[in-house]
Design a protein around this ligand. Structure first.
Ligand SMILES: [Zn+2]
Length: 458
């Protein structure tokens, strides 16, 4: 299946994006309209991804699907952070090899996002495969006076970069007052951040001119985005919790390493996720992994719930909202049953206009409802338009049949249907009715037709 292919008729349409650096909506003008390049920070693979992590993944997916419709070629890179002290700590606690932990967690992450119909990135670089690129950048930063070596560490010198703080919009003194910096005796300035740090024998490490050590987190993304997207590329995104220090530091490293480059030309940040009205935390009992949610409800309903909020607005996850999203999808799929949609219809103008205005997914979804109403009345063109609009949003990747059967124990239902058929053959209608009622109580409806009995979720 080809999702949201390039539609040349759309390529002249302006796309507006809110750029975090300028705090305003800007018309997106790619460096090379023949090849748009996007980078998002990916997961640190030490634990199951939670529904807060999902927000950036889904925001990126909406952006990339739209870009693919507007431009002939898009390269989307999203990294895997597979070296981090949390990974080493977790592996030790589990009594597990680091490589086994990161491989397992990465595979689980891929399975989770695939169920949400999030397209895989074109390039998914792993930090541990790019230590050489990181050391090359660190060497350049030392050579041009933006970094220095101290006690086995290499540090970036924030006072030597005039526009440090320009992305997150704060002065160096504000940042230091925020006390999100680690004070250490070997730093020239408390705001200086680590590019490389020494590893003890029991910590993962690589040989370097500064001794055996491991990279700081920020340099990973600078090195990998440079390797795959070049010195200057179009869009860099992530959750707004990454704005400072992570993105501020990525920007500082890259601009200082490659003077005259622009690094990312547009910065997109999605707002955070709340759960039951509060910041998610294990102690509050409102913390959910993606897997926990999609074993209780269809993954597509979770996707729809997320699309219902603009990426720059805080989204509050609740089970009630998830149930509402499921009911909305039931309705869309009933419309498809009423009017089976043809493939290949143009994306409705209202959906495109909404998405091209800073990825306004709530408005795009609102445009689908009148189409569903019309499809329910048998309007085949409306059904095809509904399918096209939803597909651009990454919805409707299941057929109506798959949607209405999802989550049910198919084998058990088939066994009961066979038992009911036997009961009818022996004219034991009381038993047949009993089986039908038992299935109905589980939300499974039977339909007897000329070709036998079929079933669906109520
Ligand atoms: Zn990053």
């Amino acid at each position: 299946m080809v999702d949201s292919p390039f539609l040349p008729s759309l390529s002249a349409r302006p796309l507006l994006l809110t750029d975090s650096q300028t705090h305003r909506k800007r018309v997106f003008e790619p460096l090379d309209p023949e090849h748009v390049r996007v980078y998002y920070c990916g997961p640190t693979v030490y634990d199951a991804a939670h529904i807060g992590n999902l927000r950036a993944m889904l925001s990126a997916d909406v952006l990339v699907r739209l870009l693919r419709a507007l431009y002939p070629r898009v390269t989307f890179a999203r990294n895997i952070t597979d070296v981090d002290d949390r990974i080493a700590d977790r592996a030790r606690a589990n009594g597990e090899e680091i490589a086994a932990l990161t491989a397992r967690t990465t595979a689980d992450f891929h399975a989770d996002v695939a169920e949400l119909n999030i397209l895989p990135p074109d390039i998914e670089p792993r930090a541990t495969h790019h230590i050489g690129e990181m050391l090359a950048m660190i060497g350049r930063l030392i050579a041009n006076g933006h970094a220095y070596e101290a006690e086995g560490h290499v540090l970036f010198s924030v006072r030597d970069f005039a526009s440090y703080g320009a992305l997150s919009g704060r002065s160096l003194d504000d940042m230091l007052a925020g006390a999100r910096v680690e004070i250490a005796p070997y730093k020239r300035d408390p705001g200086d951040f680590v590019l490389w740090k020494p590893s003890s024998d029991d910590q993962p490490g690589w040989d370097s001119p500064y001794g055996r050590g491991r990279p700081g987190w920020h340099i990973e993304c600078s090195a990998m985005s440079h390797r795959y997207l070049g010195e200057s590329f179009d869009i860099h995104g992530g959750g707004d919790d990454l704005l400072f220090p992570h993105h501020e530091n990525e920007r500082a490293q890259s601009l200082c390493c490659f003077p005259g480059s622009q690094f990312a030309r547009y910065w997109l940040h999605n707002a955070m996720l709340l759960s039951d009205g509060e910041k998610m935390s294990k102690s509050l009992g409102n913390f959910y992994t993606i897997r926990q949610v999609i074993t209780r409800a269809p993954a597509q309903a979770l996707r729809l719930l997320y699309l219902g909020a603009h990426y720059r607005s805080v989204l509050d996850f609740t089970w009630d909202k998830l149930e509402d999203a499921k009911k909305t999808l039931d309705r869309f799929y009933r419309a498809f049953e009423k009017s089976p949609p043809a493939d290949g219809a143009p994306v409705p103008e209202a959906v495109l206009a909404a998405l091209c205005d800073d990825l306004n997914t709530p408005l795009a979804l609102a445009a689908l409802h009148p189409l569903a109403d019309a499809a329910m009345q048998g309007d085949a063109a409306a059904a095809a338009a509904l399918k096209a609009g939803g597909t651009l949003l990454g919805l409707f990747h299941q057929t109506a049949d798959e949607w209405f059967r999802a989550g049910a124990d198919e084998a058990a239902i088939e066994r009961l249907i066979a038992a009911r058929l036997d009961a009818r053959r022996t004219r034991d209608f009381a038993r047949a009715d009993e089986i039908r009622a038992a299935l109905a109580a589980q939300g499974i409806l039977l339909e007897d037709g000329p070709h036998g009995t079929s079933w669906r979720r109520a």
